[in-house]
Write a protein that binds this ligand. Structure first.
Ligand SMILES: [Zn+2]
Length: 326
């Protein structure tokens, strides 16, 4: 939940659209969604495309900074200390990485479908203070950078690990083997433009890894109370179909998907359904102690259902692996 790189400049631009911003088909259903992460309860209209199913905010909020309060950033407090691997370990990086993939480390599970080497050049977009970048460095990836135009200033973590405060268009093209966007794209209002920029930054065989929430079973159950709507911070809630259309429009093909939804999709949506915010002043801005209202059995059921949904490719979060189409 870093501060996501949505386009502040376009707040003043007209955003109304006669049809879907992805496939241009007419909108079908619309729904009103409340801000519930912090419990402002302000209401926002979302429209769903009748063809690709993508759900989109109807108007960009003018005062968006209200919904990224200072304590939003503190959720990503960075305590990372960079530890460089020994010369010996770096020399045998290839074998080390192969071995590491077998250990199922959380930070590596998303990289499994990508042919990656420790020496590959990696960029994370919208990385905030760079927590994930530091984690990747600590297991051996050294050629790694972050970019986030909403951080107050550039951050130098040492060992060449830098977080740049820049626009994507300011970066050198054709230089990255892997670009990571971890729950960032849904916060951006210019979907096609972002993906085109990523395409030009990638090397020919490079991979663009996009983790986003998707419209699936949890939306069907909870509708306006689905936690991943996250109004008004999420501008686009894609379907697998709308993501494939977007990929195709911007010169990509999706080669892999990885469904990684968790019990959060159930318990947090249940909270919203009961009009309970996720974080609140009353609760010292801590996440709601959901264990207090759900029994262990209920939580176990939520976890089991999430695993089942992921297997059926119907979980509400997914990682897409995009490559330049030939
Ligand atoms: Zn559409």
């Amino acid at each position: 939940m870093d501060l996501k790189a949505f386009n502040l400049e376009s707040q003043t631009k007209a955003y109304s659209s006669p049809g879907c911003r992805i496939c241009k088909a007419p909108f079908g259903e619309s729904l009103v969604v409340k801000e519930m992460m912090f419990g402002f309860r302000d209401e926002f209209k979302y429209q769903q495309c009748s063809l690709c199913g993508c759900l989109q905010i109807a108007e960009l909020p003018v005062n968006i900074s209200k919904y990224y309060p200072p304590y939003y950033y503190s959720f990503t407090a960075n305590t990372a200390v960079l530890k460089r691997q020994s010369y010996f370990k770096r020399l045998f990086g290839y074998f080390r990485l192969k071995k590491l993939f077998k250990t199922n480390r959380p930070v590596l599970k998303y990289l499994k479908p990508v042919k990656i080497a420790f020496s590959d050049k990696i960029l994370e977009i919208g990385c905030g203070k760079g927590q994930q970048i530091c984690n990747l460095f600590n297991i051996g990836f050294e050629n790694i950078e972050g970019v986030d135009k909403f951080i107050p200033e550039e951050i130098d973590h040492g060992f060449g690990v830098k977080i740049m405060k820049k626009d994507l268009v300011e970066l050198q093209p054709n230089q990255y083997d892997l670009i990571i966007m971890n729950h960032v794209l849904e916060h951006m209002d210019q979907q096609q433009e972002v993906l085109k920029n990523c395409r030009s930054l990638l090397k020919e065989q490079g991979c663009l890894m996009i983790a986003i929430p998707v419209i699936a079973e949890a939306f069907n159950i909870y509708k306006a109370n689905w936690v991943q709507l996250d109004a008004p911070r999420h501008f686009f809630l894609h379907t697998v179909k709308s993501m494939s259309i977007l990929a195709q429009q911007t010169g990509f093909e999706i080669r892999n998907t990885y469904f990684d939804s968790a019990s959060f999709q159930f318990w947090a949506s249940e909270l919203y359904q009961r009009d309970i915010p996720l974080f609140s002043i009353e609760n010292d801005y801590q996440a709601y102690p959901f264990e207090k209202i759900f029994s262990e059995e209920e939580i176990e059921t939520f976890e089991m259902r999430s695993r089942q949904l992921n297997e059926k490719e119907m979980g509400d979060t997914v990682v897409f692996y995009l490559y330049k189409s030939s």
